[in-house]
Design a protein around this ligand. Structure first.
Ligand code: AMP
Ligand code: ZN
Length: 123
């Protein structure tokens, strides 16, 4: 995809230090980290989001989760990490090339995941 920032990273049009780079997957530090460790893991192939995933992509998705676990080990956060993906604008997806956020490295424990809870309760 010509106008996709993550495809540009894959094609090395945007110089990026890769935390992982194989024939199918790359990973790199998030430009705007929300945790002490925040790595973005993406398939090289342009898939918009989980919504567009096909049966033949299942192995690739499993592989990405294994890579997340390996990177967590490499970064010294293997005992406490999260892997997150947003699918769709309404879920907060801002880059429409499937990606997983590997986050961790909190001092004590991870922050609660309660965003949006109050909104629903007040409805
Ligand atoms: P999301 O909001 O879930 O779609 O995640 C997109 C993520 O990509 C955000 O956390 C951004 O900070 C990150 N991001 C956008 N552009 C770049 C870039 N050039 N290099 C690294 N991370 C980026
Ligand atoms: Zn792309």
């Amino acid at each position: 995809m010509d106008d996709c920032i993550f495809c540009k990273i894959v094609n090395e049009e945007i110089p990026t230090k890769f935390e992982w780079n194989d024939n199918e997957v790359v990973a790199f530090d998030d430009i705007n980290p929300i945790a002490p460790v925040h790595i973005v893991i993406i398939p090289k192939r342009h898939i918009e989001s989980l919504k567009e995933v096909k049966k033949e992509d299942v192995e690739l998705l499993g592989k990405i989760q294994k890579i997340a676990s390996e990177l967590a080990g490499k970064k010294g956060i293997k005992d406490a990490f999260r892997v997150l993906t947003a699918s769709g604008k309404g879920a907060g997806q801002t880059v429409f090339h499937l990606h997983y956020h590997l986050i961790g490295g909190w001092k004590d424990k991870a922050p609660e995941m309660e965003a949006g809870k109050d909104e629903q309760e007040s409805e």
